[in-house]
Design a protein. Structure first.
Length: 373
């Protein structure tokens, strides 16, 4: 060990055994593993010397060494310590900049129950608002049926175009790629058993009945659901919702009803479009990977997939579209007049919509398991 290595030696003092510090206590020396291991063992040996600490023989002390000493002392000055003025200034600076973490709060059952109760009440509040939204939508539909000439048809057509027609390119691209991936993955397994022709059955059932509608709904939830929340949320931030209320314009009839009708009408068409694109991708991949011609694929598909699967998929899509629009409107109407709440509401809208789509799809799969099979 060199003379510059940081170390601690035992010395005698009138108060008893004393820890005398020698060498250079700096970042360069303490950063060397061998020297640090030796010094750590000495620090454990001299945890609380009766005679205190003597730092006057140190060759060098920087903030790293001072911080190490301050931690060794338990973040308080020892009873006996001998040091120079510069060393005292260094240690006082480290002591003033040291932040003591707050003590961890003990786990209490009452606080956990209170937190759980707050979450439950928060969820019940959202459920109550959704029930009110659905009830108001039902009343608005009755009003629209009584006087269809006074309905917001211009808004409905605009939303059908923005949420339906403009979503066709991205849904077609994603559906096509999903079909290609599924066909390639299944071809690897079916080829092992000589069952290449069954790829038509697997692709047809999976895409038409489940993956097509659900994939379209997830894409629309991320694309149009967030747009609905952002549009209504911006109206809250700019106080347009308050102005509508003052003028007597109902939010449900002018905001919720057009978006729900538009997405409920557009969603089945988007679902069919996405399914066709996925089937086209699967047909192309089956032709390339397994030699199954598109003509055979198109001929065998009607026999492999019953028409009931298509009607079930379209019925699910109507429910998906209505739920996505309602959830988007729900979070948009609950936005507070600040930009942070707008961002949080948009994120919550997308997450809730996608989660609800998956849950409703699972319910449909269980409830209608005998249809089309």
């Amino acid at each position: 060990m060199s003379e510059q290595s940081p170390r601690i030696v035992r010395a005698e003092s009138p108060q008893g055994p004393q820890a005398q510090l020698l060498g250079r206590w700096g970042a360069a020396e303490l950063g060397q593993r061998t020297q640090w291991r030796a010094l750590a063992a000495q620090l454990r040996e001299h945890a609380a010397p009766a005679g205190g600490w003597d730092l006057r023989s140190l060759q060098w002390l920087d903030h790293v060494g001072a911080q190490l000493l301050w931690k060794q002392w338990g973040q308080k000055w020892p009873e006996h310590v001998q040091l120079t003025d510069l060393q005292r200034a260094m240690l006082e600076r480290v002591a003033s900049l040291t932040v003591v973490p707050p003590p961890a709060e003990p786990w209490r059952l009452s606080e956990q129950m209170d937190h759980l109760g707050v979450l439950v009440l928060h969820g019940l509040d959202h459920a109550r608002h959704m029930v009110q939204l659905v009830g108001q939508l039902s009343l608005d539909l009755v009003r629209l049926a009584r006087a269809p000439q006074r309905g917001p048809w211009r808004d409905v057509s605009g939303h059908v175009y923005r949420m339906g027609a403009t979503a066709l390119p991205i849904t077609a691209l994603v559906g096509f790629l999903i079909g290609v991936v599924l066909a390639y993955l299944m071809s690897l397994q079916l080829r092992q058993f000589g069952a290449e022709s069954f790829i038509v059955n697997i692709l047809g059932i999976s895409l038409i009945r489940e993956l097509g509608p659900m994939l379209a709904a997830i894409l629309v939830a991320g694309r149009s659901g967030s747009s609905i929340t952002a549009q209504i949320g911006v109206m809250r931030v700019t106080e347009e919702l308050d102005a509508m209320r003052v003028m007597g314009i109902p939010h449900g009839f002018r905001l919720v009803l057009p978006r729900t009708l538009a997405l409920a009408l557009a969603m089945p068409l988007i679902s069919v479009w996405t399914t066709l694109a996925a089937l086209a991708g699967g047909m192309l991949a089956a032709d390339v990977a397994m030699g199954i011609s598109p003509a055979y694929f198109a001929q065998a598909l009607p026999a492999a997939v019953k028409i009931g699967n298509l009607w079930l998929a379209m019925a699910k899509s109507v429910v998906f579209g209505a739920l996505i629009a309602l959830i988007g409107c729900h979070w948009g109407l609950r936005v507070k007049p600040n930009t942070q709440s707008l961002g949080e509401g948009t994120t919550a809208s997308v997450v809730t919509s996608i989660t609800m789509v998956i849950i409703v799809d699972a319910v449909f799969a269980v409830a209608f398991k005998n249809i089309g099979i």
